[in-house]
Design a protein around this ligand. Structure first.
Ligand SMILES: [Fe+2]
Ligand SMILES: [Fe+2]
Length: 283
């Protein structure tokens, strides 16, 4: 249905296709016989990805004491699931970068990337606090929550000057401007990409409901965590989501996340350092 809206309004052919390496990686990971060596040889086919993975695993963010020099060692130390999240992160970064030039005159996509990385770090930090078992998925969810904005730049580019004009002149948020122009927002638009890229259901919910976490019945805690992270990141003035408003944290979201609102300052303080360690890895 949303795909139909996008194709009626814009150019569906510009919808980013799933990176082939993700498809292959999914196949390898689905096979119980696969080894770290199998994953490593796939990654090594992609030079940029290899460099980025090693840079990331050796960054202050991970804080391993010993230098990791081979991809196989990185795969072993990070685990399969983390590697998958890192590949998705790196490919998402490429996607952000590839839309930079197109919209340059209207909006700096680097700021949206910084915002996304900030939300990822904060979501993971909240996950630590509530002892959520799969914190890397929260990180990835934070990273891609606004991916619909990239799809807009790619497929609905002709409408973007109008969107940013509305945001500026009426001091409203991106999603409000999108709603009035497209009748849907970047959340639903991002879900289309999630379907095509075969995101796990939890990531699809994070993308689709990050502005209204109560709408997710199956993943209410995880979506609430990213929802809170999104607001805190804007409050910390890290990057930009395209408008100047700090999203209001929905009633009940702190409770769904499993936290008291009083920990807010603690989360902000703890996340600041990690964000500054991670930003240079993806620049
Ligand atoms: Fe958003
Ligand atoms: Fe956001």
């Amino acid at each position: 249905m949303y795909l139909k809206i996008i194709s009626e309004l814009g150019n569906i052919d510009d919808l980013p296709t799933i990176p082939p390496i993700l498809v292959k990686l999914n196949e390898i990971l689905a096979d119980p016989e696969s080894s770290a060596e199998d994953v490593a040889s796939l990654i090594k086919e992609d030079q940029v990805l290899t460099t980025r993975l090693l840079k990331l695993v050796n960054s202050a963010y991970y804080g391993f004491t010993r230098k990791i020099t081979t991809v196989t060692h990185a795969v072993v130390i990070l685990g399969f699931r983390n590697v998958k999240n890192i590949v998705l992160t790196a490919k998402t970064f490429d996607l952000y970068k590839s839309s930079y030039t197109k919209i340059r005159r209207i909006f700096d996509v680097n700021l949206l990337w910084q915002h996304s990385l900030g939300v990822a770090v904060i979501a993971k930090k909240i996950g630590e606090l509530v002892r959520y078992p799969d914190q890397e998925t929260l990180f990835t969810g934070g990273l891609i929550h606004d991916i619909g904005k990239i799809v807009e730049i790619k497929c609905l580019f002709d409408y973007m000057p109008r969107i940013f004009e509305l945001v500026r002149d009426q001091n409203i948020s991106m999603w409000q401007a999108e709603q009035s122009v497209f009748n849907i927002t970047h959340a639903e638009i991002g879900k289309v990409l999630g379907d095509m890229w075969d995101f796990p259901l939890i990531l699809e919910h994070i993308v689709a409901y990050h502005h209204y976490p109560h709408l997710s019945e199956d993943f209410s805690q995880q979506v609430a965590i990213v929802h809170i992270a999104n607001s805190l990141c804007r409050e910390m003035k890290i990057g930009s989501g395209g408008d100047l408003l700090i999203p209001v944290i929905e009633d009940g979201a702190w409770e769904r996340a499993g936290l008291e609102p009083s920990v807010k300052e603690h989360i902000i303080k703890e996340s600041q350092k990690s964000i500054s360690e991670l930003l240079p890895v993806f620049a």
